[in-house]
Design a protein around this ligand. Structure first.
Ligand SMILES: Nc1ncnc2c1ncn2[C@@H]1O[C@H](COP(=O)(O)OP(=O)(O)OP(=O)(O)O)[C@@H](O)[C@H]1O
Ligand SMILES: [Mg+2]
Length: 423
Protein backbone atom coordinates (compact mmCIF):
# COMPACT_ATOMS: atom_id res chain seq x y z
CA UNK A 1 0.00 0.00 0.00
CA UNK A 2 1.20 3.45 -0.81
CA UNK A 3 2.91 5.45 1.89
CA UNK A 4 0.96 8.29 3.44
CA UNK A 5 2.42 11.62 4.46
CA UNK A 6 1.01 15.09 5.09
CA UNK A 7 1.17 15.63 1.31
CA UNK A 8 -1.21 12.77 0.63
CA UNK A 9 -4.48 13.57 -1.15
CA UNK A 10 -7.52 11.38 -1.41
CA UNK A 11 -7.77 10.22 -5.06
CA UNK A 12 -10.91 11.77 -6.61
CA UNK A 13 -11.77 8.48 -8.36
CA UNK A 14 -12.13 6.82 -4.96
CA UNK A 15 -14.76 9.32 -3.86
CA UNK A 16 -18.35 8.11 -3.79
CA UNK A 17 -19.92 11.56 -4.14
CA UNK A 18 -17.87 12.43 -7.20
CA UNK A 19 -18.69 9.03 -8.65
CA UNK A 20 -22.44 9.65 -8.27
CA UNK A 21 -22.12 13.14 -9.69
CA UNK A 22 -20.27 11.66 -12.64
CA UNK A 23 -23.12 9.16 -13.23
CA UNK A 24 -25.65 12.02 -13.15
CA UNK A 25 -23.61 14.03 -15.65
CA UNK A 26 -23.18 11.01 -17.96
CA UNK A 27 -26.89 10.26 -17.86
CA UNK A 28 -27.67 13.89 -18.56
CA UNK A 29 -25.29 13.95 -21.53
CA UNK A 30 -26.37 10.61 -22.99
CA UNK A 31 -30.12 10.89 -22.48
CA UNK A 32 -30.73 14.60 -22.90
CA UNK A 33 -27.81 16.55 -24.31
CA UNK A 34 -26.62 14.18 -27.08
CA UNK A 35 -30.09 13.56 -28.61
CA UNK A 36 -30.67 17.32 -28.53
CA UNK A 37 -27.60 18.17 -30.56
CA UNK A 38 -27.15 14.81 -32.29
CA UNK A 39 -27.64 16.29 -35.71
CA UNK A 40 -24.90 18.83 -35.21
CA UNK A 41 -22.24 16.28 -34.08
CA UNK A 42 -20.40 13.88 -36.35
CA UNK A 43 -20.41 10.19 -35.49
CA UNK A 44 -16.71 10.45 -34.58
CA UNK A 45 -17.40 13.20 -32.06
CA UNK A 46 -20.17 11.12 -30.44
CA UNK A 47 -17.83 8.13 -30.31
CA UNK A 48 -15.16 10.29 -28.68
CA UNK A 49 -17.59 11.44 -25.96
CA UNK A 50 -18.67 7.84 -25.28
CA UNK A 51 -15.03 6.67 -25.12
CA UNK A 52 -14.18 9.36 -22.58
CA UNK A 53 -17.23 8.32 -20.57
CA UNK A 54 -16.16 4.65 -20.61
CA UNK A 55 -12.60 5.54 -19.66
CA UNK A 56 -13.72 7.66 -16.73
CA UNK A 57 -16.22 5.00 -15.62
CA UNK A 58 -13.42 2.41 -15.55
CA UNK A 59 -11.34 4.75 -13.43
CA UNK A 60 -14.22 5.19 -10.97
CA UNK A 61 -14.92 1.45 -10.82
CA UNK A 62 -11.23 0.94 -10.01
CA UNK A 63 -11.52 3.68 -7.37
CA UNK A 64 -14.55 2.08 -5.75
CA UNK A 65 -12.74 -1.27 -5.58
CA UNK A 66 -9.83 0.38 -3.82
CA UNK A 67 -11.99 2.57 -1.59
CA UNK A 68 -11.29 0.63 1.60
CA UNK A 69 -7.57 1.04 0.95
CA UNK A 70 -7.97 4.80 0.44
CA UNK A 71 -10.06 5.08 3.60
CA UNK A 72 -7.25 3.46 5.58
CA UNK A 73 -4.75 5.84 4.04
CA UNK A 74 -7.07 8.72 4.89
CA UNK A 75 -7.13 7.55 8.49
CA UNK A 76 -3.33 7.60 8.62
CA UNK A 77 -3.30 11.02 6.97
CA UNK A 78 -5.64 12.36 9.66
CA UNK A 79 -3.41 10.83 12.33
CA UNK A 80 -0.37 12.59 10.90
CA UNK A 81 -2.30 15.85 10.83
CA UNK A 82 -3.75 15.42 14.33
CA UNK A 83 -0.37 14.74 15.88
CA UNK A 84 1.47 17.26 13.73
CA UNK A 85 3.93 14.67 12.50
CA UNK A 86 5.44 17.16 10.08
CA UNK A 87 7.55 20.31 10.13
CA UNK A 88 6.52 23.43 8.24
CA UNK A 89 8.26 26.58 7.17
CA UNK A 90 6.75 29.84 6.02
CA UNK A 91 8.32 30.92 2.75
CA UNK A 92 9.09 34.52 1.77
CA UNK A 93 5.83 34.67 -0.15
CA UNK A 94 4.05 33.76 3.13
CA UNK A 95 3.20 30.27 1.90
CA UNK A 96 3.28 27.25 4.19
CA UNK A 97 5.76 24.63 3.05
CA UNK A 98 6.32 21.15 4.49
CA UNK A 99 10.02 20.58 4.97
CA UNK A 100 9.70 17.21 6.66
CA UNK A 101 6.89 14.73 7.19
CA UNK A 102 6.59 11.27 8.71
CA UNK A 103 5.52 8.57 6.28
CA UNK A 104 3.22 5.75 7.32
CA UNK A 105 1.88 2.66 5.64
CA UNK A 106 -1.04 0.37 6.49
CA UNK A 107 -0.02 -3.25 5.87
CA UNK A 108 -2.41 -6.22 5.80
CA UNK A 109 -0.68 -9.26 7.29
CA UNK A 110 -1.12 -12.12 4.85
CA UNK A 111 0.12 -14.89 7.20
CA UNK A 112 -1.97 -13.75 10.13
CA UNK A 113 -5.14 -12.10 8.91
CA UNK A 114 -6.29 -11.42 12.45
CA UNK A 115 -3.70 -8.66 12.73
CA UNK A 116 -2.55 -5.65 10.72
CA UNK A 117 0.56 -3.53 10.87
CA UNK A 118 1.20 0.19 10.71
CA UNK A 119 4.70 0.85 9.46
CA UNK A 120 6.23 4.21 10.33
CA UNK A 121 9.29 5.12 8.27
CA UNK A 122 12.35 6.71 9.78
CA UNK A 123 14.21 8.91 7.34
CA UNK A 124 16.71 10.03 9.96
CA UNK A 125 15.42 13.59 10.14
CA UNK A 126 14.18 15.86 12.90
CA UNK A 127 11.11 13.69 13.43
CA UNK A 128 13.08 10.47 14.01
CA UNK A 129 12.52 10.52 17.76
CA UNK A 130 8.75 10.29 17.21
CA UNK A 131 8.91 7.15 15.06
CA UNK A 132 9.25 4.75 18.01
CA UNK A 133 6.92 6.64 20.26
CA UNK A 134 3.54 6.28 18.59
CA UNK A 135 2.29 2.98 20.11
CA UNK A 136 -0.17 4.24 22.67
CA UNK A 137 -1.36 7.11 20.43
CA UNK A 138 -2.06 4.74 17.54
CA UNK A 139 -3.76 2.34 19.95
CA UNK A 140 -6.14 5.06 21.16
CA UNK A 141 -6.67 6.49 17.67
CA UNK A 142 -7.44 3.17 15.97
CA UNK A 143 -9.24 1.67 18.97
CA UNK A 144 -7.29 -1.57 18.50
CA UNK A 145 -4.95 -3.39 20.85
CA UNK A 146 -1.24 -3.11 20.12
CA UNK A 147 0.30 -6.57 20.08
CA UNK A 148 3.87 -5.81 19.19
CA UNK A 149 6.19 -3.11 18.12
CA UNK A 150 9.31 -3.96 16.15
CA UNK A 151 12.03 -1.47 15.50
CA UNK A 152 14.07 -1.83 12.33
CA UNK A 153 16.81 0.33 10.92
CA UNK A 154 14.61 2.39 8.61
CA UNK A 155 11.14 1.84 10.05
CA UNK A 156 9.13 0.71 13.06
CA UNK A 157 6.25 -1.74 12.74
CA UNK A 158 3.27 -1.48 15.07
CA UNK A 159 1.14 -4.61 14.89
CA UNK A 160 -2.47 -4.45 16.06
CA UNK A 161 -5.10 -7.02 16.80
CA UNK A 162 -7.91 -6.91 14.23
CA UNK A 163 -9.98 -9.73 15.65
CA UNK A 164 -10.03 -9.95 19.41
CA UNK A 165 -8.57 -13.12 20.84
CA UNK A 166 -10.73 -15.16 23.21
CA UNK A 167 -9.91 -17.23 26.24
CA UNK A 168 -10.76 -20.90 25.89
CA UNK A 169 -12.95 -22.67 28.43
CA UNK A 170 -11.59 -26.07 29.35
CA UNK A 171 -15.10 -27.45 29.91
CA UNK A 172 -16.05 -26.59 26.30
CA UNK A 173 -13.13 -28.37 24.71
CA UNK A 174 -14.27 -31.96 24.45
CA UNK A 175 -11.10 -33.30 22.84
CA UNK A 176 -11.40 -36.62 21.07
CA UNK A 177 -9.42 -39.51 22.47
CA UNK A 178 -6.24 -40.41 20.56
CA UNK A 179 -6.65 -37.46 18.24
CA UNK A 180 -4.26 -37.59 15.38
CA UNK A 181 -2.74 -34.17 15.76
CA UNK A 182 0.21 -32.60 17.49
CA UNK A 183 -1.38 -29.17 17.74
CA UNK A 184 -2.05 -27.56 21.10
CA UNK A 185 -4.57 -24.74 21.18
CA UNK A 186 -3.82 -22.04 23.77
CA UNK A 187 -6.47 -19.46 22.92
CA UNK A 188 -8.99 -19.09 20.09
CA UNK A 189 -6.23 -17.60 17.97
CA UNK A 190 -2.97 -18.98 19.35
CA UNK A 191 -1.98 -22.56 18.74
CA UNK A 192 1.23 -24.38 18.03
CA UNK A 193 2.55 -27.71 16.86
CA UNK A 194 4.66 -29.57 19.40
CA UNK A 195 6.61 -31.28 16.62
CA UNK A 196 7.71 -27.86 15.35
CA UNK A 197 7.94 -25.89 18.61
CA UNK A 198 8.81 -28.59 21.14
CA UNK A 199 9.17 -28.24 24.94
CA UNK A 200 7.43 -25.72 27.16
CA UNK A 201 8.46 -23.38 29.91
CA UNK A 202 6.01 -21.69 32.26
CA UNK A 203 7.27 -19.07 34.68
CA UNK A 204 5.22 -17.15 37.23
CA UNK A 205 5.07 -16.17 40.87
CA UNK A 206 3.01 -18.22 43.29
CA UNK A 207 -0.68 -18.23 42.45
CA UNK A 208 -0.18 -16.95 38.92
CA UNK A 209 -1.71 -20.08 37.39
CA UNK A 210 1.26 -22.27 36.45
CA UNK A 211 -0.18 -25.53 37.76
CA UNK A 212 -3.55 -24.81 36.10
CA UNK A 213 -1.79 -24.21 32.81
CA UNK A 214 0.23 -27.41 33.16
CA UNK A 215 -3.02 -29.26 33.95
CA UNK A 216 -4.44 -27.94 30.71
CA UNK A 217 -1.38 -29.12 28.82
CA UNK A 218 -1.66 -32.55 30.46
CA UNK A 219 -5.20 -32.82 29.07
CA UNK A 220 -3.93 -31.84 25.63
CA UNK A 221 -1.08 -34.36 25.68
CA UNK A 222 -3.32 -37.08 27.12
CA UNK A 223 -5.79 -36.63 24.27
CA UNK A 224 -2.94 -37.08 21.79
CA UNK A 225 -2.15 -40.37 23.52
CA UNK A 226 1.22 -39.20 24.82
CA UNK A 227 3.18 -41.13 27.41
CA UNK A 228 3.06 -38.68 30.34
CA UNK A 229 5.51 -38.51 33.25
CA UNK A 230 4.96 -36.25 36.23
CA UNK A 231 7.67 -34.80 38.48
CA UNK A 232 6.12 -32.85 41.31
CA UNK A 233 8.71 -32.03 43.98
CA UNK A 234 6.09 -30.09 45.96
CA UNK A 235 3.92 -33.21 46.04
CA UNK A 236 0.94 -31.03 45.29
CA UNK A 237 -1.37 -30.56 42.30
CA UNK A 238 0.30 -32.63 39.61
CA UNK A 239 1.02 -35.66 41.76
CA UNK A 240 -2.76 -36.11 42.04
CA UNK A 241 -2.57 -37.80 38.66
CA UNK A 242 -1.76 -41.00 40.47
CA UNK A 243 -5.48 -41.16 41.32
CA UNK A 244 -6.41 -41.51 37.66
CA UNK A 245 -6.98 -45.20 37.19
CA UNK A 246 -4.93 -46.55 34.35
CA UNK A 247 -2.32 -43.83 34.78
CA UNK A 248 0.95 -45.74 35.42
CA UNK A 249 1.95 -45.30 39.06
CA UNK A 250 5.64 -45.33 38.18
CA UNK A 251 5.14 -42.28 35.98
CA UNK A 252 4.59 -40.03 39.00
CA UNK A 253 7.59 -38.83 41.00
CA UNK A 254 7.75 -36.61 44.06
CA UNK A 255 11.06 -37.34 45.80
CA UNK A 256 14.40 -36.29 44.34
CA UNK A 257 15.40 -39.90 43.73
CA UNK A 258 12.16 -40.68 41.95
CA UNK A 259 12.44 -37.55 39.81
CA UNK A 260 16.01 -38.34 38.87
CA UNK A 261 14.96 -41.90 38.01
CA UNK A 262 12.16 -40.73 35.73
CA UNK A 263 14.53 -38.41 33.90
CA UNK A 264 17.00 -41.27 33.50
CA UNK A 265 14.31 -43.64 32.21
CA UNK A 266 13.00 -41.10 29.72
CA UNK A 267 16.53 -40.31 28.61
CA UNK A 268 17.05 -44.01 27.86
CA UNK A 269 13.74 -44.11 25.96
CA UNK A 270 14.90 -41.15 23.92
CA UNK A 271 18.18 -42.83 23.01
CA UNK A 272 16.31 -46.05 22.15
CA UNK A 273 14.09 -44.14 19.76
CA UNK A 274 17.17 -42.66 18.11
CA UNK A 275 18.68 -46.12 17.73
CA UNK A 276 15.53 -47.74 16.44
CA UNK A 277 14.15 -45.08 14.10
CA UNK A 278 16.80 -42.49 13.39
CA UNK A 279 20.04 -44.33 12.80
CA UNK A 280 19.51 -45.07 9.10
CA UNK A 281 19.80 -42.75 6.12
CA UNK A 282 16.07 -43.01 5.48
CA UNK A 283 15.33 -40.99 8.61
CA UNK A 284 16.93 -37.83 7.25
CA UNK A 285 14.68 -34.82 7.82
CA UNK A 286 12.00 -36.90 9.55
CA UNK A 287 10.59 -36.59 13.02
CA UNK A 288 8.54 -38.80 15.36
CA UNK A 289 5.27 -38.02 13.57
CA UNK A 290 6.61 -39.61 10.38
CA UNK A 291 6.94 -42.93 12.24
CA UNK A 292 3.54 -42.68 13.92
CA UNK A 293 5.21 -42.35 17.32
CA UNK A 294 3.33 -40.75 20.20
CA UNK A 295 5.10 -38.05 22.20
CA UNK A 296 6.71 -38.84 25.51
CA UNK A 297 6.43 -35.83 27.80
CA UNK A 298 7.88 -35.08 31.22
CA UNK A 299 6.09 -32.47 33.32
CA UNK A 300 8.25 -30.87 35.99
CA UNK A 301 6.46 -28.48 38.29
CA UNK A 302 8.88 -26.15 40.09
CA UNK A 303 12.31 -27.08 38.77
CA UNK A 304 13.94 -24.60 41.16
CA UNK A 305 12.30 -26.24 44.18
CA UNK A 306 13.62 -29.59 43.00
CA UNK A 307 17.19 -28.33 42.57
CA UNK A 308 17.15 -26.50 45.93
CA UNK A 309 15.92 -29.43 48.03
CA UNK A 310 17.85 -32.23 46.33
CA UNK A 311 21.21 -33.61 47.23
CA UNK A 312 23.78 -31.83 45.03
CA UNK A 313 24.83 -34.98 43.19
CA UNK A 314 21.27 -36.03 42.41
CA UNK A 315 20.37 -32.53 41.28
CA UNK A 316 23.37 -32.45 38.98
CA UNK A 317 22.59 -35.83 37.50
CA UNK A 318 18.93 -34.93 36.99
CA UNK A 319 19.77 -31.59 35.40
CA UNK A 320 22.17 -33.24 32.97
CA UNK A 321 19.35 -35.59 31.84
CA UNK A 322 17.01 -32.64 31.59
CA UNK A 323 19.40 -30.67 29.39
CA UNK A 324 19.95 -33.71 27.24
CA UNK A 325 16.21 -34.15 26.75
CA UNK A 326 15.76 -30.50 25.87
CA UNK A 327 18.64 -30.52 23.42
CA UNK A 328 17.87 -33.82 21.68
CA UNK A 329 14.23 -34.63 22.31
CA UNK A 330 12.42 -32.84 19.50
CA UNK A 331 13.07 -35.18 16.61
CA UNK A 332 12.09 -38.32 18.51
CA UNK A 333 9.14 -36.65 20.26
CA UNK A 334 10.52 -36.65 23.80
CA UNK A 335 9.46 -33.39 25.37
CA UNK A 336 9.80 -31.39 28.57
CA UNK A 337 7.14 -29.17 30.12
CA UNK A 338 8.74 -27.28 32.99
CA UNK A 339 7.51 -24.63 35.37
CA UNK A 340 9.50 -22.23 37.51
CA UNK A 341 8.47 -19.70 40.13
CA UNK A 342 11.36 -17.45 39.36
CA UNK A 343 13.58 -17.51 36.30
CA UNK A 344 16.96 -18.45 37.68
CA UNK A 345 20.02 -17.93 35.49
CA UNK A 346 21.76 -20.95 36.99
CA UNK A 347 18.94 -23.22 35.79
CA UNK A 348 17.70 -21.37 32.78
CA UNK A 349 20.63 -20.25 30.71
CA UNK A 350 20.18 -18.75 27.27
CA UNK A 351 21.19 -21.91 25.41
CA UNK A 352 18.50 -23.99 27.13
CA UNK A 353 15.88 -21.27 26.93
CA UNK A 354 16.24 -20.98 23.18
CA UNK A 355 15.38 -24.68 22.79
CA UNK A 356 12.04 -24.26 24.56
CA UNK A 357 9.42 -23.80 21.88
CA UNK A 358 6.53 -22.45 23.97
CA UNK A 359 7.63 -19.97 26.59
CA UNK A 360 5.08 -18.48 28.94
CA UNK A 361 5.36 -15.88 31.69
CA UNK A 362 2.24 -15.75 33.86
CA UNK A 363 1.37 -12.74 36.00
CA UNK A 364 3.82 -9.87 36.27
CA UNK A 365 7.57 -10.50 36.15
CA UNK A 366 10.45 -8.14 36.74
CA UNK A 367 12.25 -6.73 33.72
CA UNK A 368 15.06 -9.20 34.35
CA UNK A 369 12.58 -12.03 34.66
CA UNK A 370 10.99 -11.25 31.30
CA UNK A 371 14.41 -11.02 29.71
CA UNK A 372 15.34 -14.43 31.07
CA UNK A 373 12.18 -16.02 29.73
CA UNK A 374 11.93 -14.29 26.38
CA UNK A 375 15.51 -13.20 25.87
CA UNK A 376 14.57 -9.98 24.12
CA UNK A 377 14.62 -6.32 24.91
CA UNK A 378 10.89 -6.10 24.39
CA UNK A 379 9.45 -3.79 27.05
CA UNK A 380 5.76 -3.33 26.24
CA UNK A 381 4.53 -5.92 28.72
CA UNK A 382 0.94 -5.46 29.71
CA UNK A 383 0.30 -5.31 33.44
CA UNK A 384 -1.56 -8.50 34.41
CA UNK A 385 -4.63 -8.40 36.65
CA UNK A 386 -6.31 -11.68 35.70
CA UNK A 387 -5.40 -15.09 37.16
CA UNK A 388 -3.94 -17.11 34.33
CA UNK A 389 -3.10 -14.00 32.29
CA UNK A 390 0.41 -13.59 30.96
CA UNK A 391 2.62 -13.47 27.92
CA UNK A 392 3.53 -16.19 25.48
CA UNK A 393 6.13 -16.56 22.79
CA UNK A 394 6.12 -19.49 20.43
CA UNK A 395 9.28 -20.29 18.61
CA UNK A 396 8.91 -20.06 14.85
CA UNK A 397 5.46 -18.47 15.12
CA UNK A 398 5.95 -15.25 17.02
CA UNK A 399 8.80 -12.82 16.96
CA UNK A 400 7.73 -11.12 20.18
CA UNK A 401 5.86 -12.08 23.35
CA UNK A 402 2.09 -11.68 23.12
CA UNK A 403 -0.47 -11.17 25.87
CA UNK A 404 -2.79 -14.16 26.38
CA UNK A 405 -4.95 -15.84 28.99
CA UNK A 406 -4.56 -19.53 29.77
CA UNK A 407 -7.66 -21.71 29.21
CA UNK A 408 -10.18 -21.17 31.97
CA UNK A 409 -11.05 -23.90 34.46
CA UNK A 410 -14.57 -23.58 35.85
CA UNK A 411 -14.87 -23.97 39.61
CA UNK A 412 -16.83 -27.19 39.22
CA UNK A 413 -14.73 -28.66 36.43
CA UNK A 414 -13.40 -32.04 37.51
CA UNK A 415 -9.91 -32.24 36.05
CA UNK A 416 -9.16 -35.81 37.15
CA UNK A 417 -12.52 -37.08 35.86
CA UNK A 418 -11.87 -35.40 32.52
CA UNK A 419 -8.39 -36.90 32.36
CA UNK A 420 -9.82 -40.34 33.11
CA UNK A 421 -11.53 -40.22 29.69
CA UNK A 422 -8.18 -40.72 28.01
CA UNK A 423 -7.11 -43.76 30.06
N1 LIG B 1 -6.72 -21.01 33.99
C1 LIG B 1 -7.33 -20.79 35.15
N2 LIG B 1 -8.66 -20.97 35.26
C2 LIG B 1 -9.29 -20.74 36.43
N3 LIG B 1 -8.66 -20.35 37.55
C3 LIG B 1 -7.33 -20.14 37.51
C4 LIG B 1 -6.60 -20.36 36.31
N4 LIG B 1 -5.30 -20.09 36.56
C5 LIG B 1 -5.23 -19.76 37.86
N5 LIG B 1 -6.44 -19.79 38.44
C6 LIG B 1 -6.73 -19.49 39.85
O1 LIG B 1 -5.52 -19.14 40.51
C7 LIG B 1 -5.20 -20.08 41.54
C8 LIG B 1 -3.70 -20.37 41.54
O2 LIG B 1 -3.35 -21.07 40.37
P1 LIG B 1 -2.19 -22.15 40.38
O3 LIG B 1 -2.30 -23.08 41.52
O4 LIG B 1 -2.14 -22.74 39.03
O5 LIG B 1 -0.93 -21.20 40.61
P2 LIG B 1 0.62 -21.58 40.65
O6 LIG B 1 1.29 -20.61 39.78
O7 LIG B 1 0.80 -23.02 40.34
O8 LIG B 1 0.99 -21.30 42.14
P3 LIG B 1 2.15 -22.00 43.03
O9 LIG B 1 3.42 -21.44 42.52
O10 LIG B 1 1.84 -21.55 44.40
O11 LIG B 1 2.02 -23.47 42.82
C9 LIG B 1 -6.04 -21.31 41.24
O12 LIG B 1 -6.36 -22.01 42.38
C10 LIG B 1 -7.26 -20.72 40.55
O13 LIG B 1 -8.21 -20.31 41.50
MG1 LIG C 1 1.62 -24.66 41.34
Amino acid sequence: MKRVSINWVYPFWGSRIIFFLFIVVVLFIDLYFLPLIALKLSINQILLICSIEILLSSLFVFGQFNRSKYLKQKKLFKFIKLNQLYITQITETKEKKYIETLEMEWIENKEDTSTFTIRVYNIGGLLSHKVNDLGSKLEAYLGKKLISNTKQLTYTDYTFELIKDERLKVSDLNLEKDRNSTVIQLTKKISYDISKSPHGLTVGTTGSGKSMFLNYKILQYASIGADIYICDPKNADLSLLRYVSGFPEDNVAVTSNQICKILRVVNTKMMNRYDKYFSGQGSFGKDFTDFGLKPIVVFIDEVTAFVKVSDKKIAEEAMSYLYNLVMMGRQVGVLIEASLQRPDASILDGAIRDQLGCRVALGNLSEDGYRMVFGSNFKDYKSIQIKGGGHVQIDGKMTLPTYFETPFFDKNFDFLKELQKYY
